[in-house]
Design a protein around this ligand. Structure first.
Ligand code: ZN
Length: 233
């Protein structure tokens, strides 16, 4: 058995663990990034406030119209009530009624505009509410899926951890130290396989004697170019 075989297995386990840790990190970031949800909540809250403002404005214009109608009723009852008989006073009252009615039209137009604004605000609130509910539903599904995936990956990490302990127990301590330091230097890949008579990591062609050394059962042999430990079946 090649001296590098144990290290090769160790690296397979470590690479899988690296990959899983990377995925777990990405899952965590996705779960914590709720920008879309916050934006939808904010938009709904803004539209709700605008709706309330529009509602108050509409009520206030309605009250103005109502007050004006009462004023007109009062002026007309004075005009037609029979208590006033002086022609000058009657004429003044007639002018008052006409003027009050003219202003009523203006107030009614303002009320209509306020009603239109209220309807628009109500529509906008409904749209923002549907959007928020959609985002919440999406997030809920995504959250569940990612949480499930994360839990499964955690179990896989535990399994790989025991596997790693088993693999490492069969490797001489100095080899493990060499492996650890190489892994740090070579971005996680300390062991390179020999493939088509070349180092699979850097592509350097290996002589027959170098390939023979890579198969050595007694000592580790490193690639003359990239310095990784070579493993040949
Ligand atoms: Zn190499």
């Amino acid at each position: 058995m090649s001296a590098a075989l144990g290290l090769y297995r160790l690296q397979q386990v470590d690479s899988q663990m690296d990959q899983i840790h990377g995925r777990l990190k990405a899952i965590q970031e996705t779960l914590q990034n709720d920008g879309e949800l916050r934006a939808a909540m904010e938009a709904f809250s803004v539209s709700e406030n605008e709706f309330k403002t529009a509602e108050r404005a509409f009520k206030s214009t309605g009250a103005d119209v109502e007050k004006q109608r009462i004023k007109i009723e009062q002026a007309e009852s004075s005009l037609y009530g029979g208590k006033v008989s002086n022609p000058k006073e009657l004429q003044d009252l007639q002018l008052d009624v006409a003027s009050l009615k003219k202003h009523l039209v203006t107030l009614e137009n303002i009320e209509l505009e306020a009603m239109g604004a209220l309807e628009n605000a109500e529509q906008a609130t409904q749209t923002a509410k549907s959007q928020l509910e959609r985002v919440q539903a999406d997030k809920s599904i995504q959250y569940n899926d990612l949480t499930k995936e994360g839990n499964a990956l955690q179990k896989e990490i535990e399994r790989l951890d025991s596997e790693r302990k088993a693999v490492i127990s069969g490797i001489p301590q100095p080899s493990v130290l060499t492996y650890d330091s190489l892994r740090k230097q070579k971005r996680g890949v300390a062991i390179a396989t020999v493939s088509d008579s070349a180092c699979a990591a850097c592509g350097t062609t290996l002589t027959a004697s170098q390939q023979q050394s890579a198969r050595s059962t007694s000592q580790l042999f490193t690639c003359p170019t990239c310095g990784r430990i070579l493993f040949a079946n």
